[in-house]
Design a protein around this ligand. Structure first.
Ligand SMILES: [Zn+2]
Length: 155
């Protein structure tokens, strides 16, 4: 009913830390299936200081680079420094509507500019995790191979 807090997948968290190096990415709460979206009938997400509320699932959100960059930008670059407040957002929304709201224009531009880099960094993180996984499997060991190495040692 009131939504569920979801933790960031490790690779995504590492990637966001590279995109927002001076921010505490892990402190941002992501809440899926949030009731807060009742008040925003056409939005897929809404943000507050330290929070991202999603209408849908976190899995869907995490799979969409543009969406992730956009919402984290609102939280880390607009809410966090105090530039974005509910009052300012509503004021701009009344003046210019959703699409031309400067907070939205800025978040869209950031996401568009960072998307390629973000996807590349995320792919690197995933590759690294896969390699770590493989190394673990190899370390767990093939007894035959370890035996062969033992035999090669002198003495
Ligand atoms: Zn937005």
């Amino acid at each position: 009913m009131s939504g569920r807090r979801v933790s960031l997948p490790a690779e995504l968290s590492a990637t966001l830390r590279q995109v927002f190096p001076d921010a505490d990415v892990e402190r941002v709460e992501v809440i899926e299936h949030s009731w807060v979206l009742r008040w925003h009938p056409r939005a897929a997400a809404t943000t507050r200081r330290g929070r991202i509320y999603l209408r849908g699932s976190a899995a869907q959100f995490f799979a969409d680079a543009d969406f992730v960059l956009h919402e984290y930008f609102h939280v880390l670059r607009q809410w966090e420094p105090g530039r974005l407040t509910v009052w300012r957002y509503v004021l701009e929304w009344l003046r210019r509507g959703y699409w031309l709201n400067p907070f939205e224009v800025e978040a869209r531009a950031f996401a568009a500019g960072q998307r390629k880099r973000f996807e590349w960094l995320l792919a690197q993180q995933r590759m690294r995790s896969a390699e770590d996984g493989l190394a673990l499997v190899q370390a767990a060991g093939d007894p035959g191979e370890q035996g062969a190495e033992g035999e090669a040692r002198p003495g």
